[in-house]
Write a protein that binds this ligand. Structure first.
Ligand code: NAP
Length: 302
């Protein structure tokens, strides 16, 4: 069996088209969703993520408030900015790009964000609501994984799902979402990590394997059964190559956590890296921003 490739770019484009139409409808009611992005310092990867987020907002008609601060910004000034954004009625979502430079207290900053504007879904209030199955902002990458699955017709109810990785931003929230008693849950979930004995013993019985370990070739062909669905969250920089657009510029060679070439011969569906989970993360951030604007305006259909 050769797998059908899950096209994350296409699913993200479909969702962005839906969101763009929704934003246009909201604008007729004089509601303009607004996202504030806070970037401290000059980290090149963070700068390019933030630029991508700002461009995506523009494409959808979401108001984007760009806050780029010097690396030596004090904790006090950063906290004052968060407080200002919490009160700003034009802002429905606040995103603080992580990691923050050394010397800044990340936990204190994230805790200061109004949970009603926490579109990253990292605030303990949103994490708690997610766990007990109340309406919450769902963290973007795991929510993007679930959208990829359901929009490709994968049945989650009763499925045996094995997640490799237990981080707070991917593995743990994903496991929580997948066991919820709702239409995007009802799966049976096993979460594996570096202390798991016999990882392959778990992955081999899975209907769906989700790899979020941050290590190339964590999942190989001998570790999965025929017909498995594989979602590869991993992004590993394994080298550099000249850019297609500008051969004088070097770009990273990216690889996931799954041995894609071999596993695709056994899987029924598989995500590539890049072009799988990656495009979904920003899309789900935009989704949460639009949700937040609707809640602030008292429009709550879900
Ligand atoms: P993380 O915080 O480093 O967590 C990695 C998890 O994988 C840990 O729980 C670790 O176990 C487990 N693990 C590592 N090697 C393992 C192995 N050989 N066998 C079993 N478990 C293993 O990473 P993260 O932030 O969750 O990110 C995971 C990957 O996803 C990274 O490559 C990251 O770049 C990527 N990512 C992509 C997106 C996207 O938008 N596409 C978003 C977020 C993350 P222990 O807990 O025991 O250490």
């Amino acid at each position: 069996m050769t797998a059908q490739i899950i096209d994350g770019k296409q699913v993200a484009a479909d969702m962005r088209a839906e969101l763009k139409a929704e934003v246009a409808e909201l604008k007729k009611k004089e509601i303009v969703p607004g996202l504030a992005v806070v970037l401290v310092g000059e980290d090149p990867a963070s700068k390019s993520y933030v630029t991508a987020k700002e461009r995506a907002c523009e494409e959808l008609g979401i108001y984007s408030d760009d806050n780029r601060l010097a690396a030596d910004t004090s904790q006090k000034d950063l906290m004052a900015l968060i407080k200002k954004l919490n009160k700003d009625p034009k802002i429905n979502g606040i995103l603080v790009q992580l990691p923050l430079p050394d010397g800044l207290n990340e936990a204190e900053v994230l805790l200061a964000i109004d949970p009603a504007k926490d579109v990253d879904g990292f605030h303990p209030v949103n994490v708690g609501k997610m766990v007990v199955g109340e309406k919450a902002f769902l963290p973007c990458t795991p929510h993007g994984v679930i959208q990829l699955l359901i929009r490709n017709g994968v049945k989650l109810e009763g499925a045996e799902v094995v997640i490799v990785g237990r981080s707070n931003i991917v593995g743990k929230p994903l496991a929580n979402m997948l066991i919820q008693k709702n239409a995007t849950g009802n799966a049976t979930v096993t979460v594996c990590h570096t202390r798991t004995r016999n990882l392959a013993g778990h992955t081999r019985r899975a209907d769906i394997v989700i790899a979020a370990a941050g290590r190339p070739d964590t999942v190989t062909a001998d570790m999965v059964k025929d017909g498995v669905v594989v979602i590869d969250v991993g992004v590993n920089r394994v080298g550099e190559k000249p850019s297609k657009k500008d051969p004088n510029r070097m770009v990273a060679i990216l690889k996931g956590d799954v041995d894609f070439e071999a596993v695709k011969e056994k899987a029924s569906l598989i995500t590539p890296v890049p072009g799988g989970v990656g495009p979904m993360t920003i899309t789900m951030l935009l989704y949460n921003t639009v949700e937040s604007a609707k809640r602030a305006a008292g429009i709550d259909e879900n």
